[in-house]
Ligand binder design. Structure first.
Ligand code: AMP
Ligand code: MG
Length: 341
């Protein structure tokens, strides 16, 4: 069963992965409206639920094992659906095991450091899932499309001339490799929205008064740089999808499908780590059994020595009865048919 689900998830996300070393042309290679074999939203609902259940289980094990961490980076153009994706994907997990960090225009303090500093400060610890809502990839996206951002970074002359973007790709790849080698698995999701769907979502934000707060005139100005962003995204995906930190291009025109895919990528990453609950040594187990004996001896008159074990036995017996009853019911129609003959 678990293998079947693992296979289903791997198959769903395989076409979304950017093959390390491949050259991406976003407009040609990835369709924002893709929805795999799913026809309607309700077909995908079951898979989303399964994904969320699996996520909760794997996250609990990741935390208990306390050896690996996961960093999921989310990038998208405005109205790409990052916030909603995070809300849905994380709906089933223990909030203590997740930390979400959003990155805005850098502060004066942040600009006083090297460009990866503020992201390094927000990395997850072992046992945790960290989500970056925007990430260090802004350093080769918005900073590239609007080079005045680079001016503000106070770089020395020879660190900002020609070749700065190729150098940043290399530095980012090296940094992610370092994290991966040290037990922190990095996955990167680009929510790929079409220009027309972005227009629709902006209009929705204007048309619905309760969504007006989300609308910013700056987002519409940013839209005029659409082609520059598509180029910057294509180059970034080509240069920074690696074996140790792959990019996935998530079709984002249908929110429900984007959420299924995002959940699937995260579950897949956790399945690869395959975290296990730590088992205690036989010596420690012996110690526990001695304490068990002491606690059982404290049982008040009339109480079970071990109420938990007693409850487990009752549950098991009830389950067995239910199965026997089901088996009898399954036999019924045959009996009736025989009797009728
Ligand atoms: P939002 O996520 O919509 O709240 O907006 C955050 C804004 O911060 C976006 O317009 C980003 O382009 C901008 N931003 C994020 N990171 C950087 C960065 N490193 N340099 C400049 N602007 C950035
Ligand atoms: Mg915005």
């Amino acid at each position: 069963m678990a293998d079947k689900r693992a296979k289903q998830i791997a198959e769903l996300i395989k076409p979304l992965q950017v093959k390390p070393g491949s050259k991406v042309n976003l407009a040609k290679d990835f369709d924002p409206g893709h929805k795999a074999g799913f026809v309607k939203k309700k077909d995908g609902a079951k898979l989303l639920r399964t994904g969320i259940e699996l996520l909760a289980d794997y996250q609990a094990r990741l935390a208990a094992q306390d050896t690996y961490g996961v960093l999921m980076c989310l990038q998208a153009l405005d109205a790409g659906g990052k916030d909603g994706t995070i809300r849905h994907v994380m709906s089933g997990v223990n909030p203590q095991g997740v930390q979400v960090s959003s990155f805005k225009v850098p502060s004066a303090e942040e600009l006083g450091h090297d460009y990866l500093w503020r992201y390094a400060c927000r990395l997850p610890s072992r046992g945790q899932i960290g989500i970056f809502n925007r990430s260090h990839y802004e350093e080769v996206l918005v900073v590239r499309v609007h080079p005045e951002n680079l001016d503000r970074q106070k770089l020395p002359e020879d660190a900002r001339g020609k070749g700065v973007w190729d150098r940043r790709y290399r530095e980012i790849n090296d940094w992610e490799r370092y994290l991966s080698d040290n037990g922190f698995k990095v996955v990167k999701l680009f929510l790929n929205l079409s220009k027309e769907e972005q227009r629709t979502r902006f209009l929705r934000r204007i048309d619905l008064p309760e969504k007006n707060w989300k609308f910013s005139a700056a987002d519409v100005r940013e839209r005029t740089y659409w082609d520059d962003y598509q180029r910057a995204f294509s180059e970034m995906l080509s240069a920074t999808s690696t074996e140790w930190a792959p990019w996935y291009v998530i079709p984002a025109d249908r929110k429900w499908f984007a959420r299924i895919c995002a959940g699937a990528v995260l579950v897949h990453t956790l399945m690869q780590i395959d975290p296990r609950y730590p088992m205690v040594s036989p010596a420690r187990r012996q110690e526990l059994l001695i304490v068990k004996g002491e606690l059982e001896a404290e049982a008040p008159h009339g109480a079970a020595a071990d109420p938990f074990a007693a409850q487990q036995e009752r549950d098991a017996a009830r389950e067995q009865d239910a199965q026997a009853e089901q088996a009898r019911e399954d036999m019924e129609p045959e009996k009736t048919a025989e009797q009728g003959a």
